[in-house]
Ligand binder design. Structure first.
Ligand code: SF4
Length: 454
């Protein structure tokens, strides 16, 4: 598959940035979160749990929100604390939430995927990790071949911690690297020397992790093509990750006021962001990684790359995945569940979520029951995000109308329209969210504050 753009196409792409760099959904769900309803609550979520089949597999997401300090660029739902009792009280409530959901679902439901995200899951000490593991393993039947993954902050990682996670069964670890340039690290309030990152990655391999992922971010303050190239040199030569996720920094200080600590005059503009990301694509595909979706890269023998080649790739709130868990259950504050065609999100504030847990509730503050039409649209958009092609008959809504909306993108070289199928071109990979927006005929304009697509 051709993934690196020739120089003339690169130039053409740059000229399209001004037109296509606009706010848009990341499509980790369909419909996206801003379209969900605050009228959706605990009772609706319980109905969703009742609608699951007795042998349906589940994916579990556990939100562990604690961090030692707030990075300036952070877009996560995080809680900064140094107090152990806050963590332990959170775990008490998490335990209560798990029990409440299992009472409704019945014990021993099959789990094929488990992810601990945050925040910083490895802010938890070994005893707290054990406790979190036991509260899940006690109630769920975690399949022997389930994919168990965890996010770790290199600054807090110890070899002992990694060995312990491996003993619990975690086989994939993701490290937030973001950028290895010391000046960029200072600008984003997250200083972690490259030598430290290399050491924790070596420890992960010594501990027997089968997959080591590295998360990078483009569009950071002070980042230039030169600094990013140096970061990628070190990632490729010293870290050798199995997968790389490279996200665009979303500067939304109205939603995350701590981002005001970032000097906006040092942020790359749309053209520069595109230039940075196209370097990322060049370097990783040039080094033999397979480009997955729009922001992931995986070695060819990695399960994600194999799944994409075989048309088995999926996308959910945890990003691209190989595991088709029928339902996703989220635990903890701000977590999202996707069960029986209903989305449900828990309260994002620690106070609000804790109060709901103490009152014996589930803390659901928004969600959506998908209509049959939305289920069809979701399938179409997710297949396009994973397979990069879609049959005309599978286009959502009125297929003729959706097809017509793709014609301008075909003129710009982003898709190829044959008689029966729309295929995303190598150039269109950079604008994949825009291609999805074109067929998302229900997308509202101007109301929701999405991040930029480039
Ligand atoms: S470690 Fe991650 S979650 Fe915590 S503040 Fe930094 S970016 Fe946010």
């Amino acid at each position: 598959m051709l993934t690196v753009l020739a120089d003339d196409v690169q130039l053409r792409a740059a000229s399209l940035v001004a037109r296509y760099d606009q706010p848009g959904p990341r499509y980790t769900s369909y419909p996206p979160v801003p379209r969900w309803s605050k009228a959706f609550g605990d009772a609706d979520f319980l109905e969703a749990l009742d609608a699951t089949g007795p042998t349906d597999p589940f994916a579990l997401y556990v939100h562990l929100p604690f961090c030692a300090a707030r990075c300036f660029y952070c877009g996560c739902n995080a809680v900064v604390t140094a107090r152990d009792e806050i963590v332990h009280r959170y775990l008490d409530r998490l335990d209560a939430q798990v029990q409440r959901i299992v009472e409704r679902l019945g014990p021993g439901r099959r789990v094929t995927q488990l992810h601990w995200g945050g925040g910083t899951p490895n802010f938890l000490g070994i005893r707290a990790m054990d406790r979190t593991w036991r509260m899940l393993a006690r109630h769920f039947d975690i399949a022997p071949d389930a994919e168990l993954s965890v996010e770790c902050d290199p600054r807090l990682t110890s070899s002992e911690q990694l060995h312990h996670l491996r003993r619990l069964g975690f086989s994939r670890v993701s490290f937030g690297v973001q950028d290895l340039d010391p000046d960029v690290q200072r600008e984003i309030g997250r200083v972690q020397p490259a030598e430290m990152v290399r050491e924790v990655i070596d420890w992960s391999r010594d501990a027997g992790f089968e997959g080591v992922n590295v998360d990078l971010v483009y569009g950071l303050p002070g980042q230039t093509v030169e600094t990013l190239e140096r970061t990628m040199d070190r990632v490729l030569e010293e870290l050798h990750p199995d997968r790389v996720a490279c996200f665009g920094y979303a500067h939304v200080p109205w939603a995350h006021p701590h981002q005001r600590q970032i000097d906006e005059s040092h942020l790359p503009d749309g053209d520069a962001r595109f230039g940075l990301f196209s370097r990322v694509v060049r370097r990783f595909t040039g080094a033999g990684y397979q480009w997955i979706g729009f922001d992931h890269f995986a070695l060819p023998d990695d399960a994600l790359a194999v799944a994409q080649r075989e048309g088995r790739l999926h996308r959910n709130f945890m990003g691209y995945t190989t595991m088709p868990g029928d339902h996703l259950l989220g635990f903890g504050m701000s977590s999202i569940s996707d069960v029986a065609n209903r989305y449900a999100q828990a309260d994002g504030s620690l106070t609000g979520w804790s109060k709901a847990m103490d009152a014996g509730q589930l803390g659901i503050v928004k969600g959506l029951s998908l209509t049959a039409d939305e289920v069809r649209r979701r399938r179409a958009i997710m297949r396009l995000l994973c397979d990069l092609r879609i049959a005309k008959d599978d286009l959502p809504g009125d297929p003729t109308l959706a097809w017509r909306r793709l014609v301008p993108l075909a003129h710009d070289g982003l898709v190829e329209l044959t008689g029966a199928e729309a295929t995303v071109t190598p150039l269109g990979r950079y604008f994949l969210r825009n291609v999805c927006m074109a067929i998302d005929t229900a997308l509202e304009t101007g109301t929701a504050r999405y991040s930029r697509t480039i």
